[in-house]
Design a protein around this ligand. Sequence first.
Ligand code: SF4
Length: 67
Amino acid sequence: MDCNNHSINMENCNCTCFCSKKGFCCECLSYHRSMNELSACYFPVDAEKTYNRSIEYFVELHQQGRI
Ligand code: SF4
């Protein structure tokens, strides 16, 4: 993969997983969308660390006012 924005994307990425898609946001979003999920950057730092990328978890956090 190649991406002109990779360095900037890496600076902004909060994902703590070891993953080949890190910094390649189009690949990351496409992958999680195919799993009916959201990417790490939708979640606060502590929530990201649960590795729960589900839409249900995102909604739960939103209802708690955490997002
Ligand atoms: S959010 Fe998912 S696809 Fe994106 S870098 Fe992290 S583990 Fe990889």
